[in-house]
Design a protein around this ligand. Structure first.
Ligand code: PSV
Ligand code: MN
Ligand code: MN
Length: 403
């Protein structure tokens, strides 16, 4: 059995996973939004749910907001509400994809007035960051085209660059912008930020505060995401993650369900970069924002989010167990299978007892899911909140996909 050494304890205690406000409200697919009993109805309730996930896991101390879904008059008061419950406001996610005016794009729209409106919203979100004390502005654009010839691809690239640059230059001193890419959807012919290379090229061109965000759901089938992670870490441009699981497209399911080995390999790269002799790589690895981006549509919200956070914790714990010396020796000797086994031995280790020990040491429930089920939280919020019909948490799919 693997023991909880001081090093393991310290590393596990440093882990952080941010949960998204939109994962706590009702959400659906393009076909149907099922009303979840007790689902959060507003940003205050979403924060309450995020706090419950943190209370049970100890590693989810912040919640990402989506503006305007989570818009309030007084963000300082919202921040206080969060802190009273033991969590902080994390990344601010602007929304430039749900309004009719964005039919042909936002910052890359053919009409300058629309481009300006979208850029102003991004700049307004920088102001929200100042009020919430958030470090990260997390940017995802639905911008793209559906048909060859629909628009000028290079013009759109230039428009994207200039909007990103303006927002970058308006960021607070310690602020960052995390630039997310996505292969396709809702645009089906060309997406303006279509892959990590496009996001990376923009980031390098606009400045030091711009970094790439890797969402696990945004790649073509079979793409080696851990290699992208390793490359971006080495270039000092990996800013953050949106964790989720996919089989077909941007499915946004619980991370680590269909992709546990991928998640482990990603954490293995992060742990390795944390040991790098190159200082920039090490600092980049230490500064990564780990966020969940899921839109649970049939699962109970809080339990689903708990499962996601715990799956990340397991993957990270396994990555910490990799025998790095054995791995290096095998790699240098060209011993392909010994190297592979050095990695997979760690992956195959059952880390649940180790994590239970870590939780016990920190005064946390040893089985957070069982504790959640026994706590009566779900029953209480269902009684208090009822079953709200419709969206409210993640209306994006319905809006964007047009049902
Ligand atoms: C849409 O694909 C998306 O899932 C992106 O990943 C964003 O990060 C998220 O919505 C929230 O806007
Ligand atoms: Mn995302
Ligand atoms: Mn997505």
């Amino acid at each position: 059995m693997t023991h909880l050494t001081d090093d393991l304890h310290a590393a596990l205690s440093r882990q952080r996973i941010e949960t998204p406000s939109w994962g706590y409200g009702n959400s659906g697919t393009r076909f149907k939004t099922f009303a979840a009993p007790g689902a959060a109805r507003d940003v205050f309730e979403k924060i309450d749910d995020a706090a419950e996930v943190h209370r049970l896991t100890g590693i989810a101390p912040s919640v990402a907001l989506h503006i305007p879904w989570d818009e309030v008059d007084d963000y300082a008061a919202l921040g206080r509400h969060a802190r009273e419950r033991g969590v902080d406001i994390g990344a601010i996610n602007p929304n430039v994809f749900q309004d009719d005016v964005y039919r042909l794009g936002s910052v890359t729209h053919p009409d300058e007035a629309v481009r300006e409106q979208a850029t102003q919203h991004l700049l307004d979100c920088v102001e929200v960051m100042r009020q919430t004390g958030s470090r990260d502005l997390s940017l995802w654009f639905a911008d793209g085209t559906n048909y060859a010839g629909q628009d000028d691809l290079r013009r759109r690239k230039h428009a994207m660059r200039s909007a990103l640059k303006r927002v970058h230059d308006a960021l607070p001193e310690n602020g960052r912008m995390l630039v997310e890419y996505k292969l396709f959807e809702p645009a089906f012919y060309a997406t303006d930020l279509f892959d990590w290379g496009a996001a990376y090229a923009h980031c390098v061109a606009i400045g030091e505060k711009a970094q790439v965000l890797v969402d696990l759901g945004h790649h073509a089938q079979g793409v080696n995401i851990e290699q992208i992670v390793a490359f971006l870490l080495d270039e000092g441009r990996l800013g953050g993650f949106h964790f989720n699981a996919r089989r077909y497209a941007d499915d946004d399911l619980i991370v680590g369900t269909s992709n546990p080995f991928e998640l482990f390999c990603i954490y293995a790269e992060l742990v390795a970069a944390g040991h790098s002799t190159d200082q920039r790589t090490r600092t980049t690895a230490q500064d990564v924002a780990y966020m969940i981006d899921q839109s649970h549509n049939i699962e109970p919200k809080v339990e689903a989010m708990l499962q996601s956070v715990l799956n990340c914790q397991e993957a990270y714990a396994k990555a910490l167990l990799i025998d790095r010396d054995a791995l290096k020796d095998a790699q240098q000797a060209g011993d392909v299978l010994a190297a592979h086994r050095a990695l997979t031995d760690a992956f195959r280790t059952d880390v649940r007892p180790l994590l239970a020990e870590w939780r016990e040491a920190g005064g946390l429930p040893t089985d957070p899911i069982a504790a959640h089920r026994a706590s009566g939280y779900q029953t209480r919020v269902t009684r208090e909140r009822g079953t709200a019909v419709g969206g409210g948490g993640y209306p994006v799919k319905e809006k964007v996909m047009g049902t």
